[in-house]
Write a protein that binds this ligand. Sequence first.
Ligand code: B1M
Length: 223
Amino acid sequence: MEDLINRIRFNVIQGRLDQEDEGLDGDMLGQPGVTELVEKAIEKKMNPKEVLLSGLTEGMQEVGRLYESGEYLIPDMLAAAECVGTAMDILEPHLLDSGVVSKGRFVIATVEGDLHDIGKNIVATMLKGAGYTVDDLGTGVSAVEIVETVRAKGAQYVGLSALLTTTMPYMKETIEMLEQAGVRNGVKILVGGAPTSEEFARKIGADAYCRDAFEAIEKLKSW
Ligand code: B1M
């Protein structure tokens, strides 16, 4: 069992989605990847929480460390994030069955007018890996849709992403609309994306600026 968890973690770090992948070291074609290994873990009735925490989350933490030290580049991080996302799709129903309690409900979106979603997708995947229930609304999402979803789902956290200086104002508009709808006080709002900053987040009334997915998770832990 331990061996299977180690292999899942190793394959997340290698960014190997399935057996068709050769992996970053280029010599693993034909060997089971994250998809097959997680399916095997389910088949063997392993604890899905252990697969999530010791396999996927620890693997992704190591990827974060490698990224921050400059050993991994964005495509490496994306490959690993895709593995975790796919594994989460397989694991999610089993996690619910095993009574793993979600750490909270997170609505995340790239704001109106903005189609960049690579960073937002990484954050969404990492949040899932960290145990949050994530409603990812996609890109170019209007303030109205975000407010309606927060209300309908009873979310505790809202994550807004923007990559264009021209779409940053929609973050402010979304926060104002959450206030007008009377739901602002029930949620923590986190913003991120290359043109945003600590100062910008403060100015528009967000609760936190997140440089990356790991900082988002750290901020959540600190609350
Ligand atoms: Co565009 N683009 N782009 N682009 N693009 C930028 C952003 C730009 C800086 C490039 C440049 O000119 N140097 C520039 C913006 C300039 C500005 O606003 N001042 C730009 C432009 C101008 C445009 C177009 C207008 C180009 C055109 O059509 N003339 C157009 C706009 C389309 C639109 O959105 N309406 C456009 C289009 C595109 C592509 C479609 C080609 C593609 C996007 C593909 C996709 O996302 N599916 C694209 C890309 C790839 C980029 C660059 C090269 C890379 C962005 C990226 O994915 N970074 C970018 C240049 C750059 O940033 N160097 C650029 C990697 C990603 C992992 O980082 O998104 O920052 P990032 O996310 C990080 C953190 O910021 C944080 O965590 C993430 C993970 O670590 N984070 C959050 C992000 N969101 C968060 C939310 C949170 C928490 C943390 O909530 C809790």
